[in-house]
Design a protein around this ligand. Structure first.
Ligand code: HEM
Length: 495
């Protein structure tokens, strides 16, 4: 008797959930694939992360945007320019980040990426100061020094078989970011520890991202019993311990130099601005606040910058004619001046710029931007989205709209000639996001990528036997392909 009642109630619950999902979907006027009650489309995403991209590729065939159910939660994936532009122009209807961003709190309580209110404003104020024009010039020395280390590390690979450059890129970008954000000190963090830091950091980001597709891990009390929680915690404890050591070391150095009335702590780094500033209530930023913000910055900037470099290098290795053109531009620039590139030279490398932008078009490092609908909204497709729904802008598809990119799958830097850019709405290309929550590391990130490419391309030719058809794209926070960065290199004659 009791069992039959449970079965009937369970059955009615499933039917009512299915009907509710169906109504929400119909109201949105978005296409979808068949889904199950309660599970929604979750079963489509079981398996490794590149399978996830394969599944999404199947789904994009059903329309110019689609609705998914992550469990019972309706989650539109949007890439129709009209719908996306409409939502972006109604930014007050999408004021919050999608709920899944909350999982980033595993890195630390304060998370700039999804924070609102006072903590966000305090951090943003300090960080906008850290990335202003004058400070960017100071960081440039660090970019060049670390890029030169990468060139030196690669010397032993010259004229050898193809190798995976992924780890070299991780070491290089972890070093650049740690050096400019916290100030690397070799007596506090060795090269092996930087490599370990990079591995642990990637591990935690992968687990956090993966949780977004495992709805049974959404409730914190269930997540805390999972192996993912344990592994993520182990990685975060390591990265927080190392960051803490660097921050305390930096603080002591500044205090010592102030006592000696010397002002020589070397180039300025991001966190110096925290020591110079106060929070809104007049108190100082605690070491924990700074560790949290450093983790936010590393979360936002680390994988995304590595992703940019890995795809630029692969695209240049695949498209030798484009690599030669980029090299010719560099050669010309270097001939005309003092033999090295400074920040102003970099700004004048317009072809290299187009190569980078075209790479971001096809392989946007952060491929999904999530928002919560904060006020009911009508869509230009005749649909309607209710308050509380999480939506995701799917950048890789948005950037492949044939209306704005005539051969969307072809790598063509001329898509970014100025006369082509002004023909498009800004929403047709937004690798750094949009509106008030646009990436504020964008100029900084572009400089890093360009500076490293200048060093690499003037020293080496890059080749690969891989083709775009071999790519197995995956998202583990940032976009990557599972094959890594398989390249062989040849030395260039000194310019
Ligand atoms: C090529 C590399 C990078 C790409 C493609 C990138 C992309 C993005 C995107 C798309 C967003 C918006 C996310 C959203 O709206 O949900 C974002 C936000 C952010 N990025 Fe970047 N980013 C890069 C590098 C960096 C770096 C190096 C830093 C700093 C060290 C950084 C700091 C931030 C911060 C703090 C936010 C949050 C801004 C806010 O919510 O107000 N990013 N980034």
């Amino acid at each position: 008797m009791i069992l039959s009642a449970i079965i009937i109630i369970g059955f009615l619950f499933l039917v009512s959930n299915f009907v509710q999902c169906w109504i929400t979907l119909k109201k949105s006027n978005l296409p979808s694939l068949p889904f199950l009650p309660l599970l929604g489309h979750t079963h489509y995403f079981i398996g490794p992360t590149h399978v996830f991209f394969e599944k999404l590729k199947d789904m994009v065939k059903i329309g110019s945007s689609f609705g998914l159910f992550l469990g019972p939660f309706f989650t539109p994936f949007l890439y129709d320019i009209d719908i996306v532009s409409h939502l972006i122009k109604s930014e007050n209807h999408i004021q919050k980040k999608a709920g899944q961003y909350n999982f980033l709190r595993a890195l630390g309580k304060r998370q700039i990426f999804m924070e609102t209110g006072v903590p966000y404003k305090e951090s943003k104020r300090v960080l906008l100061h850290a990335v202003n024009h004058a400070n960017l010039r100071e960081y440039f020395t660090s970019f060049n020094r670390i890029a030169q280390n990468l060139v030196d590390d690669l010397k032993i690979k010259v004229e050898r078989d193809e190798f995976n450059m992924e780890e070299d890129l991780y070491l290089c970008i972890a070093s650049v970011l740690l050096d400019t954000i916290v100030g690397l000190d070799e007596s506090v963090m060795t090269r092996d520890e930087i490599i370990q830091f990079a591995k642990e950091f990637i591990n935690s980001l992968t687990i956090i991202f993966d949780r977004g597709f495992k709805i049974w891990l959404y409730p914190n009390f269930l997540y805390k019993f999972s192996n993912s929680y344990k592994l993520c915690n182990q990685s975060v404890s390591y990265t927080r311990k190392m960051t803490g050591k660097l921050i305390i070391g930096r603080k002591k150095k500044i205090e010592a130099s102030e006592r000696n009335e010397e002002k020589n702590t070397g180039s300025s780094v991001f966190i110096d601005k925290y020591f110079e500033s106060k929070k809104d209530d007049g108190s100082e930023f605690s070491i924990d606040d700074i560790i949290d913000d450093v983790h936010s910055l590393m979360g936002a900037g680390f994988e995304s910058t590595v992703s940019s470099l890995r795809f630029v290098i692969l695209m240049l290795a695949i498209n030798q004619d484009i690599q030669e053109k980029a090299f010719e531009e560099l050669k010309e620039k270097q001939k005309n001046n003092k033999g090295y590139f400074d920040i102003d030279d970099l700004n004048e490398l317009t072809y290299l710029d187009r190569v980078i932008q075209e790479t971001w078009r096809l392989y946007p490092p952060i491929c999904f931007l999530g928002r919560k609908i904060t006020k009911d909204i009508d869509l230009p497709n005749g649909g309607h989205l209710k308050e509380g729904i999480n939506i995701w802008f799917f950048l890789a598809m948005l950037h492949r709209d044939p209306k704005y990119y005539p051969e969307p799958e072809i790598f063509n830097p001329d898509n970014f000639l100025p006369e082509r850019v002004i023909e498009r709405p800004p929403e047709a290309f937004m690798p750094f996001g949009f509106g008030s929550r646009k990436c504020f590391g964008n100029v900084f990130a572009k400089l890093i990528v360009k500076a490293i490419l200048c060093h690499l391309l003037t020293n080496y030719e890059f080749h690969t036997t891989t083709t775009v058809q071999d790519f197995r794209l995956a998202f583990e926070f940032a976009m990557k392909e599972k094959i890594g960065v398989p390249v062989s290199i040849k030395s260039r004659a000194k310019i």
